[in-house]
Ligand binder design. Sequence first.
Ligand code: GLN
Length: 281
Amino acid sequence: MNKVELTVAELLVDAAGRIGGDSPRLDAELLLSAVLDRSATWFRTWPERVVATDDIVAFERLVQQRVAGHPIAHLLGHQGFWSLSLNVSQHTLIPRPDTECLVEAALELPLPQDARVLDLGTGTGAIALALASERGGWTIMATDAVDDAVTLARDNARHLGLPVKVEKSHWFRDLTPERFDLIVSNPPYIAANDRHLGEGDVRFEPSSALVSGADGLDAIREITTQAPDWLVPGAWLMLEHGFDQGKAVRALFDKSGFDTVETRRDYGGNDRFTVGRWQAD
Ligand code: GLN
């Protein structure tokens, strides 16, 4: 490449113009931050700084991948969730802010200080690790059916220094029988023929983390059917689902005999997860 003299400001304007989408300037700043190891504040303080050719080449490679639709989290290798920075890979769902609502609600449940908690299909470990970061007294186990996800969740637990035990299991199938005070999950819940699968980040995420049968409810059916065998009396089950699945998911909780079944909303005001209590007395 010939020597090019481009400043921080010029690079950012050019990249943002090509990236498009909801947050082109932010995306450009995040990618340049990763290359230069500088903050957005630094860019604003030094817009006229000339960027080295090698860095321009590295930045351009990332911008082109972003223009092709690759999720920003995959390009950076990490994603913020709750107060944590989680490593991500193409083998799991990228943690979403909506799932933080579920964490918040779990922390508000009247649970014992030494609660035993299970996160099914943990992916990066997001829910389990967020709970562990807030509740030192809880014993938290997380599972995933995918080897690469188990490895990633374990790595995240290790680098964050959080005591979450990660086991390989397809929902409850491969677990040693045990009973929990709370079971949480953000399972796959998109219907196989959903048009939404052709747009945005989901194109680059594994279908095992997204799709669950013809109506999107296969995983939720399996979990709600089996959960009673894994819960102590008075325990809670909390499952994330699609904005239009609240009624169907409540019916599945009811069918399994859960009490006080309630659907709650996410930050966007959409139905996002359902909570039920097992044998409340
Ligand atoms: N909320 C995600 C989406 O619609 C789907 C997550 C999931 O299937 N668990 O992009």
